[in-house]
Design a protein around this ligand. Sequence first.
Ligand code: GCU
Length: 442
Amino acid sequence: MKPLFPALFALALGCLLPSAHAAEAIPINYDEAKVGNDPLPDPLTFANGRPVKSPRAWRERRQELLELFQTHVYGRSPGRPRDLAFAVTSTDPNALGGLATRKEVDLRLTGKANGPVIHLLLYLPNGATSGVPVMLGLNFEGNPCVNPDPGITLPTAWMRDHKEAGIVNNRATEASRGCQASRWNVEKILRRGYAFATVYYGDLEPDHPDGWKSGVRSVFPATGGRTVAKSREPITALPDDAWGAIGAWAWGLSRVVDYLETDHAVDARKVVLMGHSRLGKTALWAGAQDERFAIVISNNSGEGGAALARRDFGENVRRINTSFPHWFNGHFKRYSTNVAALPVDQHELIALTAPRPIYVASAEQDKWADPRGEFLSAQAASPVYRLFGTDGLAAPEWPAVHQPVHSTIGYHLRAGAHDVLDYDWDQWLAFADKHLPAMKRR
Ligand code: GCU
């Protein structure tokens, strides 16, 4: 007989967290024979059935697809804020034992120090003679989590409690320094000649269903326009096609590029964007919308990221909409029990980065993210890349563990669990070294 206590505990938790409880009840499939076989939409066919036969026609199809993803999945985001302003708040030319110059920059989204601010942490490799490429990524637990460097300013933003990581009473403490250093080998990146830039994703919006009320979504109207005026009235509700949290985090990444374009120490045409898990979904959506990202890397991004939505394996649309309703727009909920009606699928999200290099990384034990579905999605994006005369994903079959492919669409399946490891960075650095020099100037 099962002990009663865990069952009661689960029940109590279920009452406290209705969405968690409802989510648990959703069936999850891990049987390849039951993944379904709904046909994927063709990225190279317009909604009206016209085929896309040239890179020029793709520009038009690209707009159509962006519009579809905005309407049905991630929502519409605003453009660059009219009053965006930058303020360097600290500089240390002798950080990390002299390896780098550490810079902290406030991106004041309404131009004001007391308005919403993104705190950017930037390391520049010392001794570099000209503008260097940049590795950029949002982090989960505050800037100090990426490295034990005592000079990184402790964030004051809301964080989910995580005692082992030094996050207590929803605040980062001194103990959080370096708590995710294993995921960000900052020194390795710098030694390879890249700058490293990161922002705490909660600076944009706290990651919970009510987060938008205190994040950027409460401040900027999601008009989808390029130039957005400061809102006069507080926003009290969001329309069904307005941006979700993934949209808000992705928008923040574009604001970082706005800053990098003003910093002559870096080459803002060579920004490599990496994101893990929900932030991998975010990186893909950011790279799809904003062509200033030179290379996009998705790590273990799974459902709502690289993995095909129509393949029912691991997390599925219904489950993600129930557990994390705030990540996507209101309309996406319509597809929870009818994925076949979704006018797009995730291979088209990957294709929106074409012809820029993109890397999809999976982990063998990360079944929840459907590693095979991530590969098939990258493969199904290939025809768009080939339209541009590139090799797309040069892997006819799903590669075995640790058989990385560094074609214009890169892919690897790493041994181990849902995480970011040195093995991943070794691949991405080699991939960026290979593809960045060949990229045309915009
Ligand atoms: C959950 C969620 C995933 C997500 C992951 C993460 O597991 O179901 O979709 O990628 O969290 O961001 O860590």
